[in-house]
Design a protein around this ligand. Structure first.
Ligand SMILES: C[S@@+](CC[C@H](N)C(=O)[O-])C[C@H]1O[C@@H](n2cnc3c(N)ncnc32)[C@H](O)[C@@H]1O
Length: 299
């Protein structure tokens, strides 16, 4: 993560999502409102405009499968699938009584922006590194005007703790049933940092035990992991290394040891069944999966 620049991976996720949403085969997988909000974010910064122009270039679009082959085959489609998983889990949680949704490392995700008007009784908070947070605020959140159920909190997790920053944040309501979203973020943390984050979520809650929807990455040698040969080098160059990998068969045990029980786990096989049935599609990325978990009640 470069100190004064919005996250390269946050840009890459949004650009990839828009690319997937514009492909004829998978059109409709990304809702028009998601594309519209995403394009609004990209069009508000120089880097974003460059990426939008790339998406309009035939040469760039032709190169996407080549780059994916070298880094992560099926990645742009995967972004669309994992975002569907996160959105489904969030809507289910809201239906089930969650009244606060906190996105940790929200990047340029548009879920909170799109849902806050539709769910005025739900409090949304987005947290990210200051450089990314500022770029997002410039693009979307300032347009939200006085929406009192959509907040943004800048935190640099390398220098500040979630407990110290979110606990006293006036937009945070500790007594609300809360869902935390951690999409494409946990792999950047070390195991002690993941453990500390999971502990913090329970410490911050003053009411019902919190829930979590997150994505995790498989070990490099897992059979599902079809990561390309240059991914490690790419992330190193971008300063966003992967530190935490866990096999999908081991994640329930890992979370149970930290007081969480897994309620849903979706691998690439489940993503295909849930979101692609009957649709023609190319290679899918098998190296990342989604998890929904809930803190176990004490005792
Ligand atoms: C791969 S992006 C995922 C963005 C978003 N969750 C999504 O999936 O669309 C990782 C996010 O983690 C954030 N991040 C990385 N290091 C951070 C740090 N030290 N403090 C706060 N956020 C950080 C980045 O700014 C970026 O938005």
């Amino acid at each position: 993560m470069k100190e004064n620049e919005a996250s390269a991976t946050a840009y890459a996720v949004l650009q990839g999502l828009i690319h997937a949403g514009r492909q004829p085969g998978t059109m409709g997988l990304v809702a028009p409102e998601v594309l519209e909000a995403g394009e609004a974010i990209l069009s508000s910064t120089a880097e974003g405009r460059k990426r939008l122009a790339q998406l309009d270039s035939g040469l760039f679009r032709a190169l996407v499968p080549v780059v994916e082959f070298l880094l992560i085959p099926g990645l742009t489609l995967h972004y669309a699938l994992r975002k569907r998983f996160i959105e489904d889990a969030t809507l289910l949680a809201i239906e089930d009584g969650v009244t606060q949704v906190i996105n940790l490392g929200a990047g340029f995700d548009t879920l909170a922006w799109r849902l806050h008007g539709r769910h005025p009784g739900v409090n949304f908070i987005e947290i990210d590194h200051p450089a990314t947070s500022d770029a997002k605020a410039e693009a979307l959140l300032k347009k939200a005007g006085a929406a009192d159920n959509l907040h943004q909190l800048a935190v640099d997790f390398t220098e500040q703790t979630l407990e110290d920053r979110l606990g006293p944040f006036p937009g945070f309501q500790a007594d609300r049933p809360t869902l935390y979203i951690c999409e494409g973020v946990l792999p950047y943390l070390t195991v002690p940092q993941v453990t500390e984050l999971l502990r913090t979520l329970t410490v911050l809650a003053k009411g019902k035990p919190p829930r979590l929807v997150c994505t995790c990455v498989e070990p490099m040698d897992a059979p599902e992991n079809n990561t390309g040969p240059l991914l490690g080098l790419y992330l190193k160059l971008k300063g966003e290394d992967i530190h935490w990998r866990i096999a999908h068969g081991a994640v329930a045990g890992f979370l149970r040891e930290r007081g969480y029980s897994v309620e849903d786990l979706a691998t690439v096989v489940d993503f295909r069944t849930r979101y692609l049935s009957g649709r023609p599609h190319g290679t899918l990325h098998g190296g990342e999966y989604g998890v929904v978990a809930r803190v176990l009640p004490e005792g």
